[in-house]
Every structure is written in structure tokens, then in C-alpha cells.
Ligand binder design. Structure first.
Ligand code: PMP
Length: 293
């Protein structure tokens, strides 16, 4: 998401120019990364699977014990109002909820109301070429946070684990960095979930591998099962990725993105595979069907 000149921001219930959208230096989001967020995709002025995103937002808020009283309808309205204020029908909307202002120190009881910020940005760049040609990923050395320490199932604003992985993957010019968990199994990308395909068997790391329960992951599993593929949510060793016929990433921003190379190793033929293309097409159909465009 790239900052737009003169964009409008939803800040604590008011839409203001970004030059006026200021958050206190006492805000826990700034001081400690003490907050949560969601990024949704707006297609034709509507949000794909908002209910899944708001459910996860509530799960993240509960995980950090942040009290934010807003209904799903209010959150959706804030997001769509922000998109509309920026003239965006095709774009990304991010809602961030921090624990708000408090005293320095970790005790959350000094905090008042949460700070809520909604940003809306147009879709940047055309992914068509990458969808067609696939991307290279890097298996990074830094491991995914252990769920017993900082659970990746909580979409919190403390993103250093992902930032370290991104820095590492950029060194090899990879499109995405993919983590292993502490047990050496595949976990997820910095902003995506991962799938591998062998024959017609589709596999993806189980949620208890310590990952985010991706909305697109869920929709893709649904689509794959409807099309008759067996999908196993399981433990996957890196050698299974290197030896896969096909592999792909899923996320709100990239939908189904084929992986054609992992580090120096080509995956399958080195071109996006048939199963991946099939799922890519049918996820697009599902989005169009649900959002009626
Ligand atoms: N894993 C991580 C770490 C992410 O940040 C994201 C992006 N939200 C995903 C997976 C994909 O989730 P979704 O399909 O809900 O965008």
C-alpha cells in the first residue's frame, strides 16, 4: 500500500485530510506496536468476505485484550466511507486499532479509548503478469514467531518478525519471504499463506503450525474442495516444497499467486501449474459471484 498524495483518512470517527491525521506520541501503537489491524480488498466498491476479516479482527482484539466496541456494520461503513472519500472502487482498505494513549510502561490499565485509523488506497500495479508468470520466493532463515510467544494467529501491529523476513528475502530479489516455524515445517509468507501441489493433492500448513488463518486461504480451500481436489491441512517439510509439482501463495492482495522458484530451485516445470491456474480462475469467479460484478 503506497501513500497517496492528499488522501483522506478516517481517524476516530472523522474523515480528515492526511495532513491533519495525527496520532499522539503516547499512543501504544507507536510506543509498543500494541494494536491490531486488518487489510481488506475492495472490488467494485464492495469488500470481499468482510465477515471473515471482522471475525479475525475480533479474535486479534480479544487476543490482546483490547476493548473496541463497534459492530461489523459500523466497521464496514467506516471502511467503505473511507474508500468512497478517496474515490476508490478497486483498492485496499486497512483498519488499525491500537490500545490508544497510555502512560509509558506496559500496564494497559493506564490506557483510555483505542485509536482507530482507516486508510484506503488504490490497487497498486497490475498483477496480471505475475499471475500469469509466477513469482520467486525465498525461504528465510528467521523463523516465524512461536505461537506460545507471540501468536501469528493474532494480526497485531508488531510486525518485526515479518520485516526481518522481508529484508532477508529482498536480498535475493524474491517477491515474498516464506517462514519455517521453530520445528522446521513450512509456516507462511510475510503477508501470505502457502500451498504446495503434488499430482492433484493440495497441501497447506495446518493452523497449528503457527500461522495466520488467512481469509483467502480459507476461500481457496473451499474452492479447491468444491472442484474435487483433496486438500490436506498438515505439516510440510521444505523438501516437499522444493519437490512439489506446483506451489502458490494466497492473500487478500495477491489472491492465488503461482510460485515458480524457491531460492535457486525451480518448482515443477518452472511455470505456473494447471492446478494453480484452475484455483486462481475459480477464486476469481467466487469473488465475482459473491460481489456481483
Ligand atoms: N499471513 C500473514 C502473516 C499475513 O499478513 C497475511 C495477510 N493478511 C496472510 C497470511 C494472508 O491472509 P489473508 O488471506 O486474510 O489476506
Amino acid at each position: 500500500m503506497k501513500k497517496n498524495a492528499n488522501c483522506k483518512i478516517w481517524l476516530n470517527g472523522r474523515i480528515v485530510p492526511d495532513s491533519k491525521a495525527k496520532v499522539s506520541i503516547w499512543d501504544r501503537g507507536f510506543l509498543y506496536g500494541d494494536g491490531v489491524y486488518e487489510t481488506v480488498r475492495v472490488y467494485n466498491g464492495r469488500i470481499f468476505r468482510s465477515e471473515g476479516h471482522w471475525k479475525r479482527l475480533r479474535h486479534s482484539l480479544a487476543g490482546l485484550r483490547i476493548a473496541y466496541q463497534a459492530s461489523d456494520a459500523q466497521i464496514t461503513r467506516a471502511c467503505l466511507d473511507t474508500a468512497r472519500a478517496n474515490g476508490i472502487k478497486e483498492g485496499l482498505v486497512r483498519i488499525t486499532v491500537t490500545r490508544g494513549e497510555g502512560e509509558v510502561g506496559y500496564d494497559p490499565s493506564t490506557c483510555g479509548k483505542p485509536t482507530v485509523v482507516v486508510l484506503a488506497l488504490p490497487v497498486r500495479g497490475d498483477l496480471t503478469e505475475l499471475w500469469r508468470g509466477g513469482v520467486k520466493i525465498a525461504l528465510v532463515k528467521v523463523r516465524r514467531n512461536h505461537p506460545g510467544a507471540l501468536n501469528p494467529a493474532i494480526k497485531h501491529t508488531n510486525c518485526l518478525n515479518g520485516i526481518l523476513a522481508k529484508i532477508e528475502s529482498l536480498k535475493s530479489k524474491a517477491f515474498e519471504g516464506v517462514f519455517l516455524n521453530l520445528d522446521g515445517y513450512l509456516a507462511e509468507g510475510t503477508i501470505s499463506n502457502i500451498f504446495v501441489v503434488k499430482g492433484s493433492l493440495v497441501k497447506t500448513p495446518a493452523l497449528d503450525c503457527g500461522i495466520l488463518d488467512g481469509v483467502t486461504r480459507g476461500a481457496t480451500i473451499e474452492v479447491a474442495r468444491k472442484l474435487g481436489y483433496t486438500v490436506n491441512e498438515t505439516r510440510i517439510r521444505p523438501f516437499e516444497l522444493y519437490g512439489a509439482d506446483e506451489a502458490f501463495l494466497t492473500s487478500t492482495t495477491m489472491e492465488v499467486m503461482p510460485i515458480v522458484q524457491v531460492d535457486r530451485k525451480k518448482i515443477g516445470t518452472g511455470f505456473p501449474g494447471r492446478v494453480t491456474a484452475h484455483l486462481q480462475e475459480h477464486l476469481k469467479n467466487l469473488i465475482r459471484k459473491e460481489l456481483k460484478f
